[in-house]
Design a protein around this ligand. Structure first.
Ligand code: FMN
Length: 333
């Protein structure tokens, strides 16, 4: 077996509209001095970029990105920079810049084959949204989980912001699982407390528990949130879970319903709405409800038995399923 060697890598991002701070990963650079390796791999999702900015100059962008390969190869073609060592050229390429092409912080890894590491980065950090559509991903997760395939079932992941054993928010989501209309499944996520604290240094090498959580988010047709308000904000455990999703593709364009268990929790609702919006989730207003839970029921059985609450939840889930079906039809055309 070949020896392991350390390598450095950086992700190349395009920020089409700097003021909006949205970026698309378009490539990766890997430097492995021990193997004399310095290469870049680019995969430009032009459609996605022009959706973010219709005026983007793609020809100029392609030309600038092509220069990365030339500099990696070194030599006369790369001009004066081509005379620098591989290591220096990597630092030149990975230096911060202020144009629409920006570079992630430099990370370090261990590999046997830097070319394979580069392809892995391309596959996991740059191409996931392209190479694997949400539908393909759902298919794969279902197959891997040996779950019987049913294309018409709407699968929702329900995330509670409370870890309390007798949480009213979790009870609301569990009641939704019971009340779900035919063709809709609600899976209540119960392991938010197992996620480690978010650390950007671990992006690309997330612990398995994080990968599993992200995969469940990615595979779901929609997400329902229900959260308490803590000190006029979103509980840290929920924010932490959302932070793990920011750098990936699992949450982008994900249909979202917010169930608010208390009309008093206006700050948490506003904050969660803002966070989901900036993370490119698609909040479905007609599927989002505020219920005065405390006055009406205290647990899952009580919610299910409460005619008014049960009716609101059923209606919200039906509206959510309709919005998801419409969205799927839109992206299929
Ligand atoms: C640390 C802490 C801070 C809280 N801060 C607020 C608050 O700012 N506003 C509010 O309306 N309720 C606040 N509450 C009350 C909770 O939001 C409320 O009890 C909620 O129902 C708990 O949800 P759960 O039953 O799902 O755990 C706070 C509760 C705790 C424990």
């Amino acid at each position: 077996m070949p020896d392991l060697c350390t390598y450095n890598y950086a992700i190349i991002r395009v920020v089409p509209r700097v003021e909006r701070e949205e970026f698309v990963n378009v490539g990766a650079i890997v430097s492995c001095p021990a193997r004399g390796f310095l290469e870049v791999a680019i995969a430009l999702d032009e459609q996605r970029l022009t959706t973010l900015d219709a005026t983007l100059d793609l020809a100029s962008l392609r030309a600038h990105l092509a220069a990365f390969s030339v500099i990696c190869a070194g030599g006369k073609q790369a001009g004066p920079i081509g005379r620098l060592s591989q290591r220096e050229r990597f630092y030149w390429l990975s230096a911060p810049r202020s144009t629409i092409i920006q570079i992630s912080p430099v990370h370090t890894g261990l590999c046997q084959d830097p070319a394979a590491a580069l392809q892995h980065l391309l596959h996991t950090r740059v191409r996931p949204s392209r190479a694997e559509s949400p539908e393909a991903r759902m298919e794969r997760v279902l197959q891997e989980g040996n779950v019987e395939k049913d294309d018409h079932t709407v699968r929702l992941l329900a995330i509670s912001g409370s870890l309390r054993a007798v949480s009213s928010n979790t009870a609301l989501l569990r009641a939704a699982a019971v009340l779900a209309p035919k063709g809709v499944e609600v899976h209540v996520c119960t392991d938010l407390g197992d996620l480690p604290h978010f650390n950007p240094d671990l992006e690309g090498a997330e612990p398995p528990v994080v990968k599993d959580f992200s995969a469940r988010v990615g595979a779901a047709d929609g997400i329902i949130f229900s959260t308490p308000e803590y000190a006029h904000g979103v509980p840290g455990v929920l924010k932490n879970a959302l932070d793990w999703l920011v750098g990936g593709f699992d949450f982008i364009n994900k249909p979202v319903a917010i169930f608010n268990a208390s009309p008093r929790s206006t700050y948490a609702l506003a904050s969660l709405t803002e966070i989901i919006t900036i993370m490119s989730g698609r909040i479905v207003p007609e599927a989002s409800i505020t219920v005065g839970l405390r006055e009406k029921a205290s647990d899952e059985a009580g919610i299910v038995a409460h005619e008014e609450l049960a009716g609101m939840i059923r209606a919200a889930l039906a509206a959510f399923a309709r919005a998801i079906a419409q969205y799927k039809a839109e992206i299929a055309t």
